[in-house]
Design a protein around this ligand. Structure first.
Ligand code: ADP
Ligand code: MG
Length: 261
């Protein structure tokens, strides 16, 4: 059975795209078959990382212009991965983005049905082990569709008040009603705020109390990630980088959570 993960956040810039793409690459490097889908139709970014010639987009798939397999691009050979990594891109032209903004609720309900059936197809036809959605921040239909299709949600937050307060509200307002199992991942934590030694345990407990969610980890803000964002996949080019190593730990915690479902 394919396991679906959505990487979501309240605000933009928390690191969803970097995290979802690197998690997908790490799973594929371990030998799993992975589909990474860009469901951030408002600000598509995954195409920047993979620099692949795009045949069909996920917009084409949702518009019933092609099947899900026609919108996936196998990039595993390029990165010499043990497993397969298939990537689905969102249409990145201004017209495509604008077009997606005009969709009504009925269209989005149909898009949800197509997304749910794609999940089953990817498990059956491509023998996918993991399906990972990158999403738009906050409450947008495409994100809700990705969340509703997922078995587990990785909720990413920075540690400033804007993010934390919005994240709290979203946990009550959306996640509780969707009933999706969710874990909290703190990212881009400045060195000044980064807890050392026993402080990490304290932070973990404080976060678990505040959000009432399992804690998936805390990732510092790395200047080189900031500077090289979107240039390449850190987990592939720099597997020893602490960002890559921390995401490998996140994978272990996510898998523990998935096992408990
Ligand atoms: N741990 C990190 N340390 C430093 N910069 C990061 C980290 N994670 C992500 N970034 C950078 O933050 C910016 C936003 O990341 P991105 O993945 O595009 O976030 P989102 O998809 O949530 O908008 C990018 O410049 C990215 O390189
Ligand atoms: Mg993004």
């Amino acid at each position: 059975m394919v396991k679906a993960l959505a990487v979501h956040s309240y605000k933009g810039g928390t690191g969803k795209t970097s995290i979802s793409a690197n998690l997908a690459a790490l799973y594929a490097a371990q030998g799993y078959n992975v589909c990474l889908l860009d469901y951030d139709f408002k600000a598509p970014s995954i195409q920047v990382l993979f620099k692949t010639k795009i045949r069909n987009t996920l917009n084409d798939f949702l518009e019933e212009k092609c099947e899900i397999s026609d919108a996936l691009h196998d990039v595993s050979k390029k990165y010499q991965m043990k497993g397969r990594l298939y990537v689905g891109f969102a249409g990145a032209s201004t017209d495509s983005m604008r077009e997606m903004m005009t969709k009504d609720r009925r269209w989005e309900m149909k898009a949800l049905q197509r997304t749910l059936s794609a999940k089953n197809k990817l498990g059956d036809e491509l023998r996918a082990d993991y399906l990972i959605f990158d999403t738009s921040p906050g409450v947008s239909y495409s994100s809700i569709n990705a969340l509703a299709t997922s078995d587990f949600v990785i909720l990413v937050s920075k540690m400033d008040e804007f993010d934390m307060e919005g994240t709290k509200e979203m946990v009550h307002g959306i996640y509780d009603s969707l009933g999706r199992k969710t874990g909290l991942l703190l990212n881009r934590i400045p060195t000044e705020q980064f807890p050392l030694g026993a402080g990490q345990k304290e932070l973990e407990e404080a976060m678990a109390r505040t959000f009432n969610l399992p804690f998936l980890g805390v990732i510092p803000c790395y200047c080189d990630i900031q500077v090289n964002g979107g240039k390449y996949l850190f987990s592939v080019e720099q597997p020893k980088h602490p960002f890559s190593q921390e995401l490998s730990e996140v994978i272990k915690r996510v898998d523990q959570q998935l096992k408990a479902i």
